[in-house]
Ligand binder design. Sequence first.
Ligand code: HOC
Length: 404
Amino acid sequence: LGTVDIAKLEEAAREKLKDRKEAFLYVFGSAGTCSTHDHNISEFNRWKIIPRMLRDVTHRNVETTLFGVKYSSPLLLAPIGVQGIVHPDGETATAAAAAKVGVPYIMSTASTRSIEAIAEANGDGQRWYQLYWPAHDEVTLSLLSRIKKAGFSALVVTLDTMLLGWRPHDIETAYLPFFHGVGVHVGLTDPAFMARFGLAPYPADNVPSWPYVPARQDELIRNGDEDATQRAFLGKEWIREVTSGVFKTWDQLAFLKQHWEGPLILKGIMCAEDAELAIDYGVDGIVVSNHGGRQVDGSLSTLYALYMIMQSPKVREAQASGRLTVLIDSGIRTGSDIIKAIALGAQGVLYGRPFMYALTVGGQEGVETQLRSILADFDVSLGLSGFKNLSEIYHKADKILVRD
Ligand code: HOC
């Protein structure tokens, strides 16, 4: 099943997971009343494209260059963790689909598969790594060395998740996969993290059995099952390691810059002041993101944040001179949404929940179809609006969009 009718896709995923509601709600859930999530979507709907006619847009090309590397389109797969609770193949299916369709895959630190297994599934594809910044430097260094070896070319550091958001939809179950040792495979396979407990890293293929059922895990633990008990212990420790509630600061970025040679991108930037600080601290890129509305309820939408960030002459100048790349996520559902984000100054967009629903329903093939659908929608909408490439829309919001 592949469709740009996201409502249908979401419903199909809900139906497929009807006996494991916590898995669906983990993907679906947002902070508080979901107002940030809803606002992300409604802001995209407020901006309207003004189509232009009688232009020769027969041959269209949506290639783009980010950090000196050519990409076939401005679409990237957003880093989403715990994919193994919705489909037995988890992240390996998504990484393989991304490679097949030619969309860069951003791997989450909360993956249910190892860095090495995901790299293998992604093969010759383009891949970036999303970091939940560990509390201990030796763990950070170990992850950086693993991703370098595994061919990840850019590092996306998520800033907005030093604590997990308050999510009423799944507040009782949101932490459970982690507490049962699911979604923590990056930690369990990491030599530096495991050495903290005097343990050897798990082999990459030692993944939790499918399907993940919280009650079953609880029972195994109650009955003293050694494997389940150890996973649960390590899961909690990994959560402490990466969302410890200990907030990092701007000055600590120097450590990452010192040990990572590729592009360093900060995810979670929502205002011009922080975008300007990112420039001051020598960061290469930002993702304007509110984590799909999952962290702060009542926050502004990312599209409006992008609009405000672009009012900063310092940001515009850094972007124009190639010192800062600006990406966006949260709320992208259609090809028109991509046009709007680029017109407002984004150079790339990260696509999230819809591919998780496609994974739930159709595995690797579902993700491939979903990616092809949104790319086709983007191509058709671009042509019908009278444009044939990204430079004709990039930063052209004043000419090609109106906001009602
Ligand atoms: C091991 C990392 O992105 C979400 C996730 C948060 C994961 C934090 C734990 O649920 O939004």
